[in-house]
Design a protein around this ligand. Structure first.
Ligand code: ADP
Length: 239
C-alpha cells in the first residue's frame, strides 16, 4: 500500500500515519522528520534547511525530492509507505510520479484530511502546551507566527495538490474535523471496505473520471461508487 496524506499543519496527518503504519505494516516517511534529523546531524542538507524550516517556509524541491528518492529505496519501504509531508508542491508530486514509475509501482490513494483553518491554531497551541507539560523540547517552528506562515505555505503551495490528485483519480477526502477514531474509520473505509476506492494496478488513472465527465457509465454506477463520488465532490474547491 502506497499512500499520501495531504493536509495543513495540525490536521492530524501524524496521528493517522502512525495508526496506518501499524494497521498495514508499512512505513511512515515524514519529510519533516527526515529534515529535522538532518538539521540535528548537521549534514549539508540540514545546514541549508535549518533556517528555512525555522521561518516556516518550504525547503527547495530538489533537496526534498532527493531525500525521498533515497529513502524509498530502503528495504523497509518495499512493502509500502505513507508519505507524510511530501509531496508539498506540484513539482514534487511530478517528481514522485516519475520516481514511482521508474520503480514500476503506483500510488493507491492520496488522502486529504480536510480541516477548518481556525481549529489548526487551537490544535497547535494544545500540542505545544502538552509538549511543554511533558518537558519535551519544542520544535522551533511550533509558535503562532511561524504556524501562520506554515498554513499560508500550505494554502499557496500545497493545496493545489488536491486538484492534482483529483485529476489523477487518486484523491480521497476525509473530514479531519471529526474525532480521531472517526477519521481513522473513514480512511479505512476508503482503503478496505470500498475496494473500488483503491485503483487496481495497471488501470489508466483517469479512465473512470473521463467516462463520468462524458456522462457515460452513469447508469451503471454502483450506489457505493455514487456515494463516494458525492463525498469527494463535496470537498471539491475547498482546500
Ligand atoms: P508540519 O507539521 O507543519 O506539517 P513538517 O514536520 O511536515 O511540518 O515539516 C516541517 C518543515 O519542514 C516545513 O515547514 C518545511 O520547512 C520543511 N519540509 C518538510 N517537508 C517538506 C517538503 N516536502 N518540501 C519542502 N519543505 C518541506
Amino acid at each position: 500500500m502506497r499512500l499520501i496524506l495531504l493536509g495543513p499543519p495540525g490536521c492530524g496527518k501524524g496521528t493517522q500515519s502512525q495508526r496506518l503504519t501499524e494497521k498495514y505494516g508499512i512505513v511512515q516517511l515524514s519529510t519533516g522528520d527526515m529534515l529535522r534529523a538532518a538539521v540535528k546531524a548537521g549534514t549539508p542538507v540540514g545546514l541549508e534547511a535549518r533556517d528555512i524550516m525555522a521561518r516556516g517556509e518550504l525547503v527547495p524541491d530538489d533537496m526534498v525530492v532527493s531525500i525521498v528518492a533515497e529513502r524509498i529505496e530502503q528495504p523497509d519501504a518495499k512493502n509500502g509507505f505513507i508519505l507524510d509531508g511530501f509531496p508539498r508542491t506540484v513539482p514534487q508530486a511530478q517528481a514522485l510520479g516519475r520516481m514511482l514509475e521508474q520503480k514500476g509501482v503506483k500510488l493507491d490513494a492520496a488522502i486529504e484530511l480536510k480541516v477548518d483553518e481556525g481549529i489548526l491554531h487551537q490544535r497547535i497551541a494544545k500540542r505545544v502546551a502538552d509538549m511543554k507539560a511533558r518537558g519535551e523540547t519544542l520544535r522551533p517552528d511550533d509558535n503562532p507566527e511561524t504556524l501562520e506562515k506554515r498554513v499560508h505555505a500550505y494554502r499557496v503551495q500545497t493545496a493545489p495538490l488536491v486538484s492534482y490528485y483529483k485529476e489523477h483519480g487518486l484523491l480521497r477526502t476525509v473530514d479531519g474535523m471529526a474525532p480521531i477514531p472517526e477519521v481513522s474509520a473513514a480512511i479505512d473505509r476508503f482503503l478496505t471496505l470500498e475496494p473500488e476506492a483503491c485503483r487496481p494496478a495497471g488501470r489508466v488513472p483517469d479512465a473512470r473520471a473521463a467516462q463520468r465527465q462524458d456522462g457515460q457509465g452513469k447508469a451503471a454506477a454502483k450506489p457505493a461508487a455514487r456515494a463516494r463520488r458525492k463525498a469527494i465532490n463535496k470537498g471539491r474547491g475547498r482546500g
